[in-house]
Ligand binder design. Structure first.
Ligand SMILES: N[C@@H](CCC(=O)N[C@@H](CSS)C(=O)NCC(=O)O)C(=O)O
Length: 299
């Protein structure tokens, strides 16, 4: 097996030694696995030259897999919550849990005998209250995560270049601002998939008319940090309003109704959307700055 390890510099270890600064050289997945076995704290992640996995899409459902993947829907806000787990260690993370659906999420964690280590938000949501605070109340060892620049409360503040590790699995954190300034995208390179929050929706994108919305910034960050991924990577967004569940980088490069346009045209399209404000925005925004925990229970 070709295994070029090169140099590793792990500089910032936070929260049970699972958050690692990007810095080293990407190798083959098998090589990385062997390397991780030798050293459970430091691990090589990808280099700035974006050398990435050449494996085909690996979202197998069933069989002898090393991971768990579940996509849940909140049918009120059309939010997708993702449960990702590592079958060897049973460690798991939840991405974008919704407060009203926490019973479902925690029950699934229990059913699958998982140890939920992180409850992660892609950004400060405006349309629903996050479930991260409620989850932390019920699972004391679970830590919450959100972007540092969002200034929202969380146990661990993330920024571009961090990695989120659960068992032998790892998500790369990429900054994709524009819908909000703290939008993060999580890339699961080993499984060739990417959790884009509201930055890229299927055939669309997050609106840019409130919070720190900035259409030019969204266009640039998506093209730099999502559309530069290998074409076969699967895209899993935070919402879909049309009944779709998943896309790929290739599909969105070809068919996204907004992001395939020129930057100038994109900015014009976004300025003319005239969408109604999300119904829950007035309570969701302040609640989500404090992990979704208010003194008064949410309606
Ligand atoms: N009707 C929904 C809100 C729908 C909405 O505005 N969605 C946001 C993401 S949640 S802030 C969005 O960016 N939509 C993009 C689009 O093109 O629809 C509600 O009342 O909650």
């Amino acid at each position: 097996m070709a295994c070029v390890m090169n140099h590793v510099f792990v500089t910032n270890i936070v929260g049970k030694s699972r958050i690692l600064m990007k810095s080293a050289i990407k190798t083959t997945p098998a090589c990385r696995f062997l390397w991780k076995q030798r050293n459970s704290v430091d691990l090589p992640v990808r280099s700035s030259d974006r050398l990435l996995s050449t494996k085909p899409v690996m979202m197998k459902f069933g069989g002898d897999n090393d991971f768990i993947f579940k996509q849940f829907l909140d049918y009120k806000s059309y939010t997708y919550t993702y449960l990702l787990g590592d079958t060897k260690t049973r460690e798991a993370v939840l991405i974008d849990p919704v407060i009203e659906m926490v019973d479902r999420d925690i029950q699934t964690v229990k059913d699958l005998n998982l140890n939920l280590v992180y409850a992660v938000n892609t950004h400060v949501h405006a349309d629903h209250i996050t479930g991260t605070g409620e989850i932390k109340k019920r699972i004391k060892t679970c830590q919450s995560m959100i972007a540092e620049v969002s200034k929202a409360q969380a146990d661990i503040k993330l920024k571009e270049g961090n990695s989120i590790r659960f068992g032998y699995q790892e998500l790369e954190v990429r900054a994709t601002p524009g819908h909000t300034d703290g939008c993060l995208t999580y890339v699961w390179h080993d499984k060739c998939c990417v959790f884009t929050g509201d930055a890229v929706l299927i055939r669309g994108c997050g609106r840019t008319d409130f919070q720190q919305g900035d259409s030019g910034r969204l266009y640039d960050s998506v093209h730099k940090n999502i559309f530069s991924l290998p074409k076969h990577y699967s895209i899993f967004p935070a919402h879909d309003y049309t009944g779709q569940t998943q896309s790929t980088v290739e599909e969105e490069l070809k068919h996204n109704k907004r992001l395939t346009k020129s930057r100038e045209e994109f900015i014009r399209i976004m300025a003319e959307l005239n969408l109604p404000y999300p119904k829950q925005i007035d309570k969701a925004l302040p609640a989500n700055m404090v992990c979704g925990i208010f003194d008064d229970p949410p309606l």
